[in-house]
Design a protein around this ligand. Sequence first.
Ligand code: NAD
Length: 468
Amino acid sequence: MLDLGMTIGGRQVAGQTTFAIFNPATGEAIGSVANASIDELDRAVSAAKLAYPAWSALSDADRKAAIDKLAIQLETHQQKLAQLITQEQGKPLAGPGSNFEAGAAVAWTRYTASLDMPVKVLQDTNEGRVELHRKSLGVVGSITPWNWPLMIAIWHIMPALRAGNTVVIKPSPFTPLSTLLAVQVMNEVLPAGVLNIVTSDDQEANIGAAMAQHPDIRKIVFTGSTPTGEKIMQGASTTMKRLTLELGGNDAGIVLPDVDPTAIAEGLFWGAFINSGQTCACMKRLYVHDSVHDAVCEALLNLAKTIPMGNGMDDGILLGPLTTINQYAKVSDLVAQGAASGKVLLGGEPGKGQFFNTTIITELDNRNSLVAEEQFGPVLPIIRYSDTDEALALANEFDVGLGGSIWSSDTQAAKSLAMRMECGSVWVNNHGAIQPNAPFGGMKKSGIGVEFGEEGLFENTDMQVIFA
Ligand code: NAD
């Protein structure tokens, strides 16, 4: 069993009590981690506060160089990190799995290190000079979910550090191991206290809630469900914290009549089934024009049948289990509701352990819970439509708006439709391909603010205008 401590002020801290981490593919306990007390959270925040003046005073060039060193550390331990992700979260090593996740963590770190934060001159005339400066905030608190544990941790940590802040991160109680190791190896090259981690099972003390209210944390960056995001907003209100909230979605894809069904099948499949559907911006419902509906379903079905599901440590596996038992129960319930009124083309039943069989159900409508709710499983509900405006209205009907996609051989027509979708990112003939230079965030109840690129970096700063 792996025994990874918390890192507080550059030191390993075991914690008074511990809790176990289980492999969702096998049910085995694979690690034991500290269950932090509120006192330990306070120590982590104090360590970050103490480290802040020196870290924020570094020149831009020095902080860039320090973050480049973090990329080297992550790259050196990439293989071990990928294995831990597979063991704690379930996604396979292969395909768009944990090797990809650990590699993306390195790439995002390098890219973020390269970003500049120049002073913007708003006016330089005889009447005076006006400059816009970006100032770091202080201690940033990061709270992460279980679905892409390492990649999301890196998305939170790197822009916060690059902008001159120090960090306390709290990973999900289900998947803390890869983040614990990453923070440990990054601390080998960082000054003590710049990056701290606390772990909690959310039972004895709700450390996330305490972070939202903490007087010495200046910003929370949170990725997780919309209900938890709402609680964080409430908790953060009395200290006027800055917030970046990346919340739940229910992404729609719209297939126009002019597609080649076989050509788009692979993109559609991975757009929906990456990480067994446990991805915030993956396709959760697909609207297909009546004229191509049967051909698209057939092409998807033919492909889906060939994608192996199993223990992600084994060769050739491309889909893993559901990460948590609660998630398994939720997906089972929603699929039962979909199967009761739709036509099951594939799956429709839970598998063994925490595996849920790859499922495709068609002839559904927006009132079915499998369509209306974020299902977060290896499941694709399909809705037949005959009028494009109607499909767009159905896609925009819900109160979330993270991502969306349009599938068509006419890129211009697809782009005009894309601009009418109510969501933060829209892809044409793809779904979910994010990149470090393009801001990513949600509309409506999918969140506040963005991550990535200059815009994401600037969310880790306050603006100061100098009139001189
Ligand atoms: P969750 O909201 O249950 O938990 C996320 C984190 O919040 C965990 O670390 C948890 O310990 C912590 N937490 C729990 N209660 C808290 C409280 N009261 N205050 C502060 N923190 C608290 O989410 P999850 O089940 O881990 O993740 C799945 C959800 O995350 C899905 O809805 C998914 O769409 C969303 N998600 C969104 C994005 C995005 O970029 N928009 C990315 C990944 C996941």
